[in-house]
Design a protein around this ligand. Structure first.
Ligand SMILES: [Zn+2]
Length: 433
């Protein structure tokens, strides 16, 4: 049994831990918030940004003579009662209400905040009404009366990189490298077929990631898509690459440098250890992995009620109880494949006869039947013969679609050269524990 997840030295040594750098210039910087606002030119697919008007600042306020008020909308408030509190005349409010698009600014909700500017003669000059983080309605006084228009704030997409060394649970290493939980899960999901996160990742394995982050008015909103990633295993001998392919509608898939789809017909493991280890420290939890040979199945240890994912699309042909298996589920997949899941504590929502999709939660880990401790017993059968699922090669999903091939080739080649430039020297330790 491999016990890399047990590593107790995990928190003591943070060796080559990654840090953000601005993407293509690779200037290391200390925190995301301090990154220079440089524009990086990357030949990447467009993200649907909003328009270019980034300024939500007040317009000319001659000699600072306007009075600025912040009005919080209370229960039963209307625009007129709100403006009344800053002595704007009823006539003005009436004139606003007669504007064609007045609803943009009169449709208020409790808790909304209006910023209102009145001049020294108590005449309303301007209102800013932030509707969402990226959308603000503005009312301004012009020579031809009041006008309302919308101001959209562009979300700025930055490209950043991360580099890390595995020294225990992948989740923790990726976290130290500065990746958000969302990015870590995306990373685990895209490599789920290609890399066995339980058995294959070892101490010293490294990962590199090029990913997007989203900012609004300089404020970090969250991580965007992962554009490219590389995980190096087997003492540096094996490099697993993933490159994004997306169009205006979103991500089409992740492919390797040859354009082969990273997705396969079956997941490597029915238990998602990357997610589990995000909640459990390696000291408290490590999977029990019994070898296939001993009992024609693979055992996965874990906390009670760990979700169990069906490894491929198929139909539940049995859901019941047996002496040995305890609560178990049998799934028939396309053609000759079948999977079996035993010792479940309880079943998921899918019943016998129902179709399930790869990744659906069909049950929860338990110790029903002949089980000494909480674990999942997982079997993989081909033509009803037991096969070691850890050794079998699953067929891949389709490669990069023809119409994207040229584009993908160029972009993935570019990203690969960028991945090659990321190493421990371009990233310095973010925190030492
Ligand atoms: Zn077993």
């Amino acid at each position: 049994m491999k016990n890399w997840l047990k590593s107790s030295s995990l928190t003591k040594f943070a060796l080559s831990i990654a840090i953000f750098g601005t993407a293509m210039s690779f200037i290391p910087s200390i925190s995301v918030a301090n990154l220079p606002l440089e524009t990086t030119t990357l030949p990447l697919p467009e993200i649907n940004d909003t328009n270019t008007d980034t300024s939500l600042k007040a317009k000319a306020n001659p000699d600072n003579q306007w009075h600025e008020h912040t009005i919080k909308i209370k229960k039963n408030d209307s625009l007129s009662t709100a403006l009344d509190r800053v002595n704007v005349s009823a006539t003005t409010t009436y004139n606003i209400s007669r504007l064609k698009n007045s609803n943009l600014i009169t449709n208020l909700r409790v808790g909304d905040k209006l910023t209102v500017w009145v001049d020294k003669d108590a005449k309303l000059q301007k209102i800013l009404y932030p509707k969402t983080k990226t959308l603000t309605y503005e009312l301004v006084k012009t020579d031809s009366g009041y006008k309302i228009h919308e101001k959209k704030s562009a979300i700025e997409i930055r490209t950043e990189t991360a580099y890390g060394t595995i020294n225990g649970a992948f989740y923790l290493a990726a976290k130290r490298a500065g990746l958000s939980a969302k990015s870590i899960m995306q990373l685990a999901d895209m490599f789920a077929w290609d890399i066995d996160f339980i058995r294959e990742l070892r101490k010293g394995d490294t990962f590199k990631v090029i990913y997007e982050t989203r900012y609004l008015n300089g404020e970090y909103l969250g991580d965007g898509d992962i554009l490219a990633a590389q995980i190096t295993t087997n003492k540096g001998k094996e490099k697993h690459n993933a490159f994004i392919l997306r169009d205006k509608k979103g991500i089409i898939g992740f492919y390797n440098e040859k354009g082969k789809n990273l997705k396969k017909a079956f997941l490597r493991n029915p238990v998602d250890y990357v997610r589990i280890t995000s909640k459990f420290t390696p000291k408290r939890f490590h999977p029990i992995l019994k070898k296939w040979r001993s009992h024609r199945g693979v055992d996965y240890g874990g906390p009670l009620n760990t979700p169990i994912h069906v490894t491929g699309n198929g139909k539940i042909i049995q859901r019941g109880k047996a002496r040995g298996y305890g609560n178990y589920i049998k799934v028939q997949h396309a053609g000759k494949y079948m999977t079996v899941y035993g010792h479940l504590n309880k079943f998921g929502k899918y019943k016998k006869g129902q179709f399930v999709k790869q990744g659906d939660v069909i049950g929860y880990m338990g110790k029903t039947g002949l089980a000494t401790g909480v674990h999942l017993h997982y079997e993989f059968r081909v033509n009803n013969k037991h096969v070691d699922p850890l050794k079998i090669k699953f067929p891949a999903a389709g490669p990069v679609p023809k119409k994207y091939r040229t584009e993908f080739k160029q972009k993935s080649h570019f990203l690969l050269t960028q991945l090659d430039r990321i190493d421990s020297k371009t990233h310095f330790a973010r925190n030492f524990e």
